[in-house]
Design a protein around this ligand. Structure first.
Ligand SMILES: [Mn+2]
Length: 285
């Protein structure tokens, strides 16, 4: 089995647990996200372990890649339950979790799992799409409804902080403005302000790769023209240094529609940067 670049030798001492959630069950346009975990792992073997941005290497990061969950094709509820149970089990052991999606619905399972340990969790969500519909095509469980479902799970819907959102129906954007901490279009400035208020709070980061301008990240099932730059995304990620990040997911990379693997390479680099930056932090037991 292929593991992410520099994955530690054993699970016991690892502060972060990396696992794949290869689900395509909740996409609305093009699939392929189920192939992302292994594509990201494969690309990770072709990038450096050292980060010139951070002046540190992955050797500093304490993490273990346990591989992928196995899902029954099409059975969304059992997949979500499996993600929740696995995430909860690691969180209760004091581990932090990094989930490689998969379509965005996987975040509902992992957020619920982390909530079993951190009931006052805040979710920071980067995405082109608000994902706040109550139903999509008659279903409550879709990558287009996932953040509405997440908001329902949190201690307060205001614990959901959304940034760089540039697509949504009038109804979901208005619902978002009334109920959650929604930031349309803007990215770095509001993020800095919100993180300033979340010092010490447990934070879960959900990163949909389509938050980026599709010219930076073409390999995604639901591209949305315009968007943030890779440079700004890395600036945003570095703002989390010193914060209590207890979970992270990277979703919606679709290798079959990618161009020369650039989106999966970017995914591998995002994982590397986050693990180097946060992988040496102490674990709350
Ligand atoms: Mn999206």
């Amino acid at each position: 089995m292929m593991r992410f670049l520099k994955s530690g030798p054993c699970i016991r001492d690892a502060r972060w647990i990396l696992f794949g959630a290869p689900s395509d069950a909740a996409v609305s346009r093009r699939g392929g996200a189920q192939y992302a975990p292994d594509a990201i792992r494969w690309e990770s073997l072709h990038i450096e372990t050292y980060s010139p941005y951070l002046g540190e290497g992955l050797g500093k990061a304490s993490f273990f890649d346990v591989g992928d969950l196995f899902f029954v094709p099409g059975d969304i509820q059992s997949s979500l339950l499996k993600i929740e149970k696995v995430t909860s089990s690691f969180a209760r052991k004091g581990k932090r979790v990094f989930i490689l999606g998969g379509d965005h619905l996987v975040s509902l399972g992992s957020v619920k799992g982390v909530l079993s340990k951190f009931s006052d969790l805040h979710v920071v969500h980067f995405d082109a799409h608000a994902d706040l519909r109550d139903y999509y095509l008659g279903s409550k469980y879709s990558h287009a409804t996932v953040m509405r479902r997440v908001a329902e799970q949190l201690a307060s819907p205001r614990h959901l902080h959304q940034f760089a959102i540039r697509s949504g129906t009038r109804e979901e954007i208005e619902w978002g403005k009334r109920n959650v901490d929604l930031h349309l279009i803007d990215f770095l400035e509001p993020l800095k302000e919100v993180l300033g208020k979340l010092e010490g709070c447990p934070i879960y980061v959900s990163l949909d790769i389509d938050v980026l301008d599709p010219s930076f990240a073409p390999g995604t099932g639901t591209p949305e023209p315009e968007g943030v730059s890779v440079t700004d995304l890395f600036k945003a990620l570095r703002m989390f240094k010193g914060h209590n990040v207890v979970g992270f997911d990277l979703v919606e990379i679709s290798p079959p529609v990618d161009v020369n693997g650039v989106t999966s390479v970017l995914g591998a680099k995002i994982v590397r940067e986050v693990l180097i930056m946060l992988g040496g932090d102490s674990v709350d037991q």
